[in-house]
Design a protein around this ligand. Sequence first.
Ligand code: 57M
Length: 359
Amino acid sequence: MLYHILYALQPYVSAFNVFRYITFRTIYASLTAFLICFLMGPYMIRKIAKLQVGQYIREDGPSMHHQKAGTPTMGGILILLSVISSTLLWASLTNYYIWTLLLITASYGAIGFVDDYLKQIKKLNRGLTGKQKFSFQIGAAFLAALLIYMIPGFDTRVMVPFFKNISPDLGWFYIFFAAWVIVAASNAVNLTDGLDGLAIGPVTIAAATYMVFAYLAGHVKIADYLQIQYVSGSGEATVFCGAMVGAGLGFLWFNTYPAQIFMGDVGSLPLGAALGGVAVISKQEILLVLVGGLFVIEALSVIFQVGYFKMTHGHRIFRMAPLHHHFELKGWPEPKVIVRFWIIAIALALLSMSTLKLR
Ligand code: 57M
Protein backbone atom coordinates (compact mmCIF):
# COMPACT_ATOMS: atom_id res chain seq x y z
CA MET A 1 0.00 0.00 0.00
CA LEU A 2 2.79 2.41 0.95
CA TYR A 3 4.35 1.65 -2.42
CA HIS A 4 1.28 2.97 -4.23
CA ILE A 5 0.73 6.01 -2.00
CA LEU A 6 4.27 7.22 -1.42
CA TYR A 7 5.90 6.35 -4.73
CA ALA A 8 3.12 8.33 -6.48
CA LEU A 9 4.25 11.35 -4.44
CA GLN A 10 7.79 10.95 -5.73
CA PRO A 11 7.55 13.94 -8.11
CA TYR A 12 6.92 16.13 -5.07
CA VAL A 13 9.17 14.36 -2.56
CA SER A 14 12.17 12.89 -4.39
CA ALA A 15 13.15 10.82 -1.33
CA PHE A 16 10.04 8.68 -1.93
CA ASN A 17 11.77 7.28 -4.99
CA VAL A 18 13.20 4.70 -2.62
CA PHE A 19 9.78 2.99 -2.41
CA ARG A 20 10.18 1.68 -5.95
CA TYR A 21 13.02 -0.60 -4.84
CA ILE A 22 12.07 -4.16 -3.88
CA THR A 23 15.15 -4.43 -1.67
CA PHE A 24 14.12 -1.39 0.38
CA ARG A 25 10.52 -2.58 0.77
CA THR A 26 11.71 -6.11 1.67
CA ILE A 27 13.91 -4.82 4.48
CA TYR A 28 11.07 -2.74 5.91
CA ALA A 29 8.53 -5.54 5.43
CA SER A 30 10.86 -7.71 7.50
CA LEU A 31 11.35 -5.09 10.22
CA THR A 32 7.61 -4.32 10.33
CA ALA A 33 6.66 -8.00 10.69
CA PHE A 34 9.32 -8.46 13.37
CA LEU A 35 8.07 -5.47 15.35
CA ILE A 36 4.43 -6.56 15.14
CA CYS A 37 5.35 -10.01 16.52
CA PHE A 38 7.76 -8.64 19.10
CA LEU A 39 5.35 -5.99 20.41
CA MET A 40 2.14 -8.05 20.21
CA GLY A 41 3.73 -11.28 21.54
CA PRO A 42 3.31 -10.70 25.29
CA TYR A 43 -0.30 -9.55 24.82
CA MET A 44 -1.02 -12.60 22.63
CA ILE A 45 0.49 -14.99 25.17
CA ARG A 46 -1.54 -13.45 28.00
CA LYS A 47 -4.74 -13.47 25.93
CA ILE A 48 -4.36 -17.11 24.85
CA ALA A 49 -3.42 -18.18 28.39
CA LYS A 50 -6.52 -16.39 29.70
CA LEU A 51 -8.67 -18.25 27.17
CA GLN A 52 -6.95 -21.42 28.46
CA VAL A 53 -5.97 -22.47 24.95
CA GLY A 54 -3.23 -24.62 26.39
CA GLN A 55 -1.39 -27.34 24.51
CA TYR A 56 -2.69 -30.84 25.09
CA ILE A 57 0.23 -33.29 25.34
CA ARG A 58 -0.43 -36.82 24.07
CA GLU A 59 0.30 -39.61 26.53
CA ASP A 60 2.49 -41.56 24.11
CA GLY A 61 4.92 -38.70 23.58
CA PRO A 62 8.40 -38.31 25.02
CA SER A 63 8.03 -38.09 28.79
CA MET A 64 9.93 -34.81 28.97
CA HIS A 65 7.10 -33.17 27.01
CA HIS A 66 4.51 -33.64 29.72
CA GLN A 67 5.86 -30.58 31.54
CA LYS A 68 4.82 -28.58 28.48
CA ALA A 69 1.15 -29.28 29.02
CA GLY A 70 -0.88 -26.09 29.04
CA THR A 71 1.65 -24.02 27.10
CA PRO A 72 -0.37 -21.44 25.15
CA THR A 73 -0.70 -22.50 21.53
CA MET A 74 -2.16 -21.10 18.28
CA GLY A 75 0.53 -18.43 18.33
CA GLY A 76 0.51 -18.87 14.56
CA ILE A 77 -2.34 -16.35 14.53
CA LEU A 78 0.22 -13.69 15.44
CA ILE A 79 2.63 -14.90 12.74
CA LEU A 80 -0.11 -14.71 10.09
CA LEU A 81 -1.23 -11.26 11.21
CA SER A 82 2.39 -10.04 10.98
CA VAL A 83 3.11 -11.57 7.58
CA ILE A 84 -0.19 -10.53 5.97
CA SER A 85 -0.30 -6.97 7.35
CA SER A 86 3.37 -6.31 6.60
CA THR A 87 2.98 -7.64 3.05
CA LEU A 88 -0.12 -5.51 2.47
CA LEU A 89 1.80 -2.49 3.78
CA TRP A 90 5.00 -2.91 1.77
CA ALA A 91 4.28 -5.00 -1.35
CA SER A 92 2.80 -3.86 -4.63
CA LEU A 93 -0.91 -4.73 -4.37
CA THR A 94 -1.30 -4.97 -8.13
CA ASN A 95 1.05 -7.98 -8.19
CA TYR A 96 -0.72 -11.24 -8.98
CA TYR A 97 1.84 -13.38 -7.13
CA ILE A 98 1.40 -11.42 -3.92
CA TRP A 99 -2.33 -12.15 -3.87
CA THR A 100 -1.71 -15.81 -4.68
CA LEU A 101 0.73 -16.09 -1.76
CA LEU A 102 -1.72 -14.32 0.55
CA LEU A 103 -4.45 -16.73 -0.61
CA ILE A 104 -2.25 -19.74 0.17
CA THR A 105 -1.30 -18.30 3.57
CA ALA A 106 -4.86 -17.39 4.55
CA SER A 107 -6.44 -20.66 3.33
CA TYR A 108 -3.91 -22.89 5.08
CA GLY A 109 -4.13 -20.65 8.14
CA ALA A 110 -7.89 -21.24 8.18
CA ILE A 111 -7.43 -25.03 7.91
CA GLY A 112 -4.94 -24.96 10.78
CA PHE A 113 -7.15 -22.67 12.85
CA VAL A 114 -10.15 -25.02 12.55
CA ASP A 115 -7.95 -28.01 13.45
CA ASP A 116 -6.46 -26.24 16.47
CA TYR A 117 -9.87 -24.89 17.51
CA LEU A 118 -11.38 -28.39 17.53
CA LYS A 119 -8.34 -29.87 19.32
CA GLN A 120 -7.46 -27.18 21.81
CA ILE A 121 -10.72 -25.34 22.45
CA LYS A 122 -13.36 -27.97 21.78
CA LYS A 123 -10.98 -30.55 23.31
CA LEU A 124 -11.78 -32.96 20.48
CA ASN A 125 -8.37 -34.63 20.70
CA ARG A 126 -8.03 -35.39 17.02
CA GLY A 127 -9.31 -32.12 15.58
CA LEU A 128 -10.08 -32.45 11.89
CA THR A 129 -9.78 -36.02 10.62
CA GLY A 130 -6.73 -36.74 8.47
CA LYS A 131 -8.97 -37.06 5.43
CA GLN A 132 -10.76 -33.74 6.06
CA LYS A 133 -7.47 -31.89 6.64
CA PHE A 134 -5.82 -33.42 3.57
CA SER A 135 -8.84 -32.68 1.35
CA PHE A 136 -8.92 -29.02 2.35
CA GLN A 137 -5.15 -28.78 1.81
CA ILE A 138 -5.35 -30.32 -1.67
CA GLY A 139 -8.28 -28.10 -2.61
CA ALA A 140 -6.53 -24.89 -1.52
CA ALA A 141 -3.24 -25.93 -3.15
CA PHE A 142 -4.94 -26.89 -6.41
CA LEU A 143 -6.72 -23.52 -6.58
CA ALA A 144 -3.45 -21.64 -5.97
CA ALA A 145 -1.61 -23.81 -8.52
CA LEU A 146 -4.36 -23.17 -11.09
CA LEU A 147 -4.16 -19.40 -10.51
CA ILE A 148 -0.39 -19.49 -11.02
CA TYR A 149 -0.70 -21.71 -14.11
CA MET A 150 -3.19 -19.28 -15.63
CA ILE A 151 -0.78 -16.35 -15.47
CA PRO A 152 -0.07 -15.48 -19.11
CA GLY A 153 3.38 -16.74 -20.04
CA PHE A 154 3.97 -18.63 -16.79
CA ASP A 155 6.73 -21.15 -17.52
CA THR A 156 5.65 -24.74 -16.82
CA ARG A 157 9.16 -26.10 -17.28
CA VAL A 158 10.73 -27.50 -14.10
CA MET A 159 14.34 -26.61 -13.40
CA VAL A 160 16.53 -29.50 -12.20
CA PRO A 161 19.26 -28.29 -9.82
CA PHE A 162 22.83 -28.87 -11.06
CA PHE A 163 21.56 -29.74 -14.58
CA LYS A 164 20.94 -26.50 -16.48
CA ASN A 165 20.06 -28.35 -19.70
CA ILE A 166 17.36 -30.49 -18.08
CA SER A 167 14.08 -28.62 -17.59
CA PRO A 168 11.12 -30.80 -18.62
CA ASP A 169 7.96 -28.90 -19.63
CA LEU A 170 5.05 -30.39 -17.65
CA GLY A 171 2.36 -28.41 -19.49
CA TRP A 172 -1.05 -28.61 -17.73
CA PHE A 173 0.34 -31.36 -15.44
CA TYR A 174 2.34 -28.57 -13.77
CA ILE A 175 -0.86 -27.68 -11.86
CA PHE A 176 -0.79 -31.05 -10.06
CA PHE A 177 2.97 -30.81 -9.52
CA ALA A 178 2.75 -27.31 -8.04
CA ALA A 179 -0.18 -28.32 -5.81
CA TRP A 180 1.80 -31.29 -4.55
CA VAL A 181 4.80 -29.06 -3.71
CA ILE A 182 2.55 -26.82 -1.60
CA VAL A 183 0.79 -29.70 0.22
CA ALA A 184 4.04 -31.61 0.86
CA ALA A 185 5.85 -28.53 2.20
CA SER A 186 2.93 -27.71 4.49
CA ASN A 187 2.81 -31.17 6.04
CA ALA A 188 6.59 -31.49 6.36
CA VAL A 189 6.78 -28.24 8.35
CA ASN A 190 3.82 -29.38 10.44
CA LEU A 191 5.59 -32.61 11.40
CA THR A 192 8.79 -30.72 12.24
CA ASP A 193 7.04 -28.42 14.70
CA GLY A 194 7.60 -30.72 17.68
CA LEU A 195 10.30 -28.93 19.72
CA ASP A 196 10.67 -25.29 20.85
CA GLY A 197 11.69 -23.22 17.82
CA LEU A 198 12.43 -26.33 15.78
CA ALA A 199 10.09 -25.36 12.95
CA ILE A 200 10.20 -21.56 13.03
CA GLY A 201 14.00 -21.46 12.85
CA PRO A 202 14.38 -23.45 9.63
CA VAL A 203 11.24 -21.80 8.18
CA THR A 204 12.91 -18.43 8.67
CA ILE A 205 16.14 -19.72 7.10
CA ALA A 206 14.24 -21.15 4.12
CA ALA A 207 12.23 -17.91 3.73
CA ALA A 208 15.49 -15.91 3.71
CA THR A 209 16.85 -18.26 1.02
CA TYR A 210 13.74 -17.92 -1.14
CA MET A 211 13.85 -14.16 -0.56
CA VAL A 212 17.06 -14.26 -2.63
CA PHE A 213 15.74 -16.73 -5.22
CA ALA A 214 12.55 -14.68 -5.77
CA TYR A 215 14.58 -11.51 -6.22
CA LEU A 216 16.92 -13.16 -8.74
CA ALA A 217 14.06 -14.78 -10.69
CA GLY A 218 12.31 -11.43 -10.99
CA HIS A 219 15.39 -9.58 -12.23
CA VAL A 220 15.70 -10.05 -15.98
CA LYS A 221 19.41 -9.25 -16.24
CA ILE A 222 20.53 -11.34 -13.26
CA ALA A 223 18.27 -14.25 -14.26
CA ASP A 224 19.81 -14.17 -17.71
CA TYR A 225 23.34 -14.02 -16.32
CA LEU A 226 22.71 -16.92 -13.93
CA GLN A 227 20.75 -18.75 -16.65
CA ILE A 228 17.81 -19.30 -14.31
CA GLN A 229 14.19 -18.87 -15.39
CA TYR A 230 13.08 -15.24 -15.45
CA VAL A 231 9.59 -14.88 -13.96
CA SER A 232 8.28 -11.42 -14.64
CA GLY A 233 6.71 -9.97 -11.49
CA SER A 234 8.03 -12.68 -9.16
CA GLY A 235 10.39 -10.16 -7.58
CA GLU A 236 7.52 -8.89 -5.41
CA ALA A 237 7.50 -12.29 -3.68
CA THR A 238 10.80 -11.10 -2.17
CA VAL A 239 8.80 -8.64 -0.04
CA PHE A 240 6.51 -11.46 1.13
CA CYS A 241 9.55 -13.60 2.05
CA GLY A 242 10.99 -10.63 3.94
CA ALA A 243 7.78 -10.43 5.96
CA MET A 244 8.08 -14.18 6.69
CA VAL A 245 11.65 -13.72 7.90
CA GLY A 246 10.69 -10.84 10.19
CA ALA A 247 7.63 -12.62 11.59
CA GLY A 248 9.70 -15.80 12.04
CA LEU A 249 12.35 -13.99 14.09
CA GLY A 250 9.67 -12.15 16.06
CA PHE A 251 7.83 -15.38 16.90
CA LEU A 252 11.11 -17.17 17.71
CA TRP A 253 11.66 -14.56 20.41
CA PHE A 254 8.83 -16.23 22.36
CA ASN A 255 8.97 -19.76 20.92
CA THR A 256 12.62 -20.36 21.74
CA TYR A 257 13.35 -22.86 24.50
CA PRO A 258 11.65 -22.92 26.97
CA ALA A 259 8.75 -21.85 24.74
CA GLN A 260 6.22 -19.38 26.08
CA ILE A 261 3.93 -20.19 23.15
CA PHE A 262 3.55 -22.76 20.36
CA MET A 263 2.46 -21.79 16.86
CA GLY A 264 -0.15 -24.53 16.46
CA ASP A 265 -1.34 -25.89 13.11
CA VAL A 266 -2.60 -22.37 12.40
CA GLY A 267 1.08 -21.48 12.08
CA SER A 268 2.86 -24.58 10.79
CA LEU A 269 0.46 -25.36 7.93
CA PRO A 270 0.47 -21.90 6.26
CA LEU A 271 4.20 -21.35 6.79
CA GLY A 272 5.02 -24.60 4.98
CA ALA A 273 2.46 -23.93 2.25
CA ALA A 274 3.80 -20.40 1.74
CA LEU A 275 7.33 -21.78 1.29
CA GLY A 276 5.92 -24.17 -1.30
CA GLY A 277 4.15 -21.28 -3.00
CA VAL A 278 7.30 -19.17 -3.21
CA ALA A 279 9.27 -22.17 -4.51
CA VAL A 280 6.71 -22.50 -7.34
CA ILE A 281 6.61 -18.77 -8.14
CA SER A 282 10.41 -18.39 -8.16
CA LYS A 283 10.68 -21.56 -10.32
CA GLN A 284 12.88 -23.30 -7.78
CA GLU A 285 10.45 -26.10 -6.96
CA ILE A 286 12.79 -29.11 -6.82
CA LEU A 287 15.40 -27.07 -4.97
CA LEU A 288 12.91 -26.86 -2.07
CA VAL A 289 13.96 -30.44 -1.29
CA LEU A 290 17.40 -29.00 -0.48
CA VAL A 291 16.40 -25.64 1.00
CA GLY A 292 13.80 -27.38 3.17
CA GLY A 293 15.95 -30.49 3.51
CA LEU A 294 15.42 -30.59 7.26
CA PHE A 295 11.65 -30.81 6.75
CA VAL A 296 12.20 -33.54 4.16
CA ILE A 297 14.40 -35.53 6.56
CA GLU A 298 11.78 -35.22 9.32
CA ALA A 299 8.94 -36.29 7.01
CA LEU A 300 10.96 -39.21 5.59
CA SER A 301 11.79 -40.38 9.12
CA VAL A 302 8.04 -40.67 9.75
CA ILE A 303 7.37 -42.41 6.42
CA PHE A 304 10.15 -44.96 7.00
CA GLN A 305 9.20 -45.45 10.67
CA VAL A 306 5.52 -46.04 9.95
CA GLY A 307 6.28 -48.22 6.92
CA TYR A 308 8.84 -50.34 8.78
CA PHE A 309 6.58 -50.51 11.84
CA LYS A 310 3.75 -51.93 9.72
CA MET A 311 6.02 -54.22 7.67
CA THR A 312 7.68 -55.74 10.74
CA HIS A 313 4.53 -55.71 12.88
CA GLY A 314 5.86 -53.39 15.57
CA HIS A 315 9.60 -52.93 15.07
CA ARG A 316 11.00 -49.42 14.76
CA ILE A 317 13.94 -47.87 12.88
CA PHE A 318 14.10 -44.87 15.20
CA ARG A 319 13.34 -44.72 18.91
CA MET A 320 10.50 -42.42 17.85
CA ALA A 321 9.61 -40.41 14.76
CA PRO A 322 9.89 -37.67 13.69
CA LEU A 323 13.67 -37.69 13.97
CA HIS A 324 13.84 -34.97 16.63
CA HIS A 325 12.09 -37.30 19.09
CA HIS A 326 14.66 -40.02 18.33
CA PHE A 327 17.49 -37.78 19.52
CA GLU A 328 15.46 -36.64 22.52
CA LEU A 329 15.02 -40.27 23.56
CA LYS A 330 18.75 -40.81 23.01
CA GLY A 331 19.28 -38.29 25.79
CA TRP A 332 20.10 -35.14 23.85
CA PRO A 333 18.76 -32.12 25.76
CA GLU A 334 16.03 -30.36 23.77
CA PRO A 335 18.10 -27.20 23.03
CA LYS A 336 20.91 -29.37 21.65
CA VAL A 337 18.54 -31.09 19.21
CA ILE A 338 17.05 -27.75 18.15
CA VAL A 339 20.29 -25.84 17.54
CA ARG A 340 21.94 -28.77 15.74
CA PHE A 341 18.89 -29.01 13.45
CA TRP A 342 19.17 -25.25 12.80
CA ILE A 343 22.84 -25.71 11.87
CA ILE A 344 21.84 -28.40 9.36
CA ALA A 345 19.15 -26.07 7.97
CA ILE A 346 21.70 -23.27 7.48
CA ALA A 347 24.18 -25.62 5.79
CA LEU A 348 21.46 -26.87 3.41
CA ALA A 349 20.42 -23.29 2.60
CA LEU A 350 24.02 -22.38 1.73
CA LEU A 351 24.36 -25.51 -0.40
CA SER A 352 21.15 -24.64 -2.26
CA MET A 353 22.48 -21.14 -3.01
CA SER A 354 25.61 -22.69 -4.48
CA THR A 355 23.50 -24.48 -7.11
CA LEU A 356 23.06 -21.09 -8.78
CA LYS A 357 26.68 -21.39 -9.89
CA LEU A 358 27.10 -25.17 -9.87
CA ARG A 359 25.19 -25.88 -13.08
C1 57M B 1 2.51 -32.18 14.35
N1 57M B 1 2.83 -31.67 16.63
C2 57M B 1 3.62 -31.89 17.85
C3 57M B 1 2.07 -27.61 18.72
C4 57M B 1 2.66 -27.22 17.38
C5 57M B 1 2.28 -39.86 12.05
C6 57M B 1 2.88 -39.10 13.18
C7 57M B 1 4.35 -38.91 13.03
C8 57M B 1 2.18 -37.74 13.33
C9 57M B 1 2.84 -36.90 14.40
C10 57M B 1 1.96 -35.72 14.72
O1 57M B 1 0.98 -35.86 15.38
N2 57M B 1 2.38 -34.58 14.26
C11 57M B 1 1.60 -33.37 14.50
C12 57M B 1 3.50 -32.17 15.46
C13 57M B 1 2.97 -31.12 19.02
O2 57M B 1 3.02 -29.72 18.65
C14 57M B 1 1.77 -29.09 18.48
O3 57M B 1 1.40 -29.20 17.09
C15 57M B 1 1.70 -27.93 16.45
C16 57M B 1 2.31 -28.18 15.10
N3 57M B 1 1.36 -28.84 14.25
O4 57M B 1 2.63 -25.81 17.18
O5 57M B 1 0.89 -26.89 18.96
C17 57M B 1 3.83 -31.32 20.25
O6 57M B 1 5.17 -30.92 19.94
C18 57M B 1 5.75 -30.30 21.07
N4 57M B 1 6.17 -28.92 20.69
C19 57M B 1 7.15 -28.32 21.47
N5 57M B 1 7.54 -27.05 21.14
C20 57M B 1 7.01 -26.36 20.06
O7 57M B 1 7.41 -25.20 19.80
O8 57M B 1 7.64 -28.91 22.43
C21 57M B 1 5.60 -28.28 19.63
C22 57M B 1 6.02 -27.01 19.28
C23 57M B 1 3.41 -30.44 21.40
C24 57M B 1 4.71 -30.31 22.18
O9 57M B 1 4.88 -31.48 22.97
O10 57M B 1 2.37 -31.07 22.13
C25 57M B 1 3.66 -33.39 18.15
O11 57M B 1 4.75 -33.91 18.36
O12 57M B 1 2.58 -33.98 18.13
N6 57M B 1 3.01 -37.65 15.59
C26 57M B 1 4.12 -37.52 16.23
O13 57M B 1 5.00 -36.77 15.89
C27 57M B 1 4.29 -38.46 17.41
N7 57M B 1 5.18 -39.51 16.92
C28 57M B 1 4.73 -40.75 16.76
O14 57M B 1 3.59 -41.07 16.97
N8 57M B 1 5.69 -41.62 16.34
C29 57M B 1 5.35 -43.02 16.22
C30 57M B 1 4.80 -43.32 14.82
C31 57M B 1 5.52 -42.50 13.75
C32 57M B 1 4.85 -44.78 14.49
C33 57M B 1 6.64 -43.78 16.46
O15 57M B 1 7.72 -43.26 16.10
O16 57M B 1 6.55 -44.86 17.04
C34 57M B 1 5.00 -37.74 18.54
N9 57M B 1 4.25 -36.57 18.94
C35 57M B 1 3.48 -36.57 20.08
N10 57M B 1 3.37 -37.63 20.80
N11 57M B 1 2.85 -35.41 20.48
C36 57M B 1 5.16 -38.72 19.64
C37 57M B 1 3.90 -38.92 20.37
